[in-house]
Design a binder for this molecule. Sequence first.
Ligand code: UDP
Length: 245
Amino acid sequence: MSESNGTRPIKGELLHEGKAKRVFKTDHSDRYIQEFKNDATAFDGTKKGTIEGKGSVNCQVSTRMFRLLESKGVKTHFVDILSDNEMSILPVKIIKVEVVVRNIAAGSLVKVRGFKEGTKLDPTIVEWYLKDDSLHDPLLNDDHIHALGLANSHELANLKKDALKINGILSEFFASIGINLVDFKLEFGRRPDGKIILADEISPDTCRLWDRETGNKLDKDRFRFDLGNVEDAYQEILKRTSAIR
Ligand code: UDP
């Protein structure tokens, strides 16, 4: 979908401000605008900083990923890119479940679940986390999600199916630009008619991306763990993902 000049939505009231994005209402009832910030946080917001150019990279990379997914039949909230750090999106009610997909062991899998970093995972692991910083985003199982009323079993089965389909598409694309898609986080939302579509963003903030040759980390872990060259890593992902156009 793209907005022609005549229908380009005009930014209205701020609806929600998160750690890395703002969402605005617009003059169109069926459009929001999502604006990407340079602000960076980690470890439940206890580490704070700024990554120059991040908002622009994440908006453009997300645009490319959403377009790729749409071209393969995945329904997303993406409508159009409006500026280097703003996109128009379809309004959804975010489901408070963060869906994490893992191909290679890293992060919390190493820290608390006994995996060795870099181990290829078979099967691919799909996990659910409660989207609630005040509770430190705890891991949930299916029964927790049903009992919390966040999603029913049919919806959860579809979320897992969609997450694995998205993983297949993204892993193949990243491999083609010399990157291993190690793991990533997705968020889904409900449209007014109840349909569930992919929302949020797909960017170096929400994915672990390792160079296939050097093993170099090209994602937010450079910020989380003070690895240096943070901005360069984001720019490298912007550059390589341009292969999609
Ligand atoms: N992730 C995210 N937002 C979160 C938690 C995780 O985008 O609130 C992403 C993270 O960037 C990584 C994947 O989900 O690509 C798995 O994260 P993990 O559980 O290893 O947690 P971490 O060690 O990053 O806190």
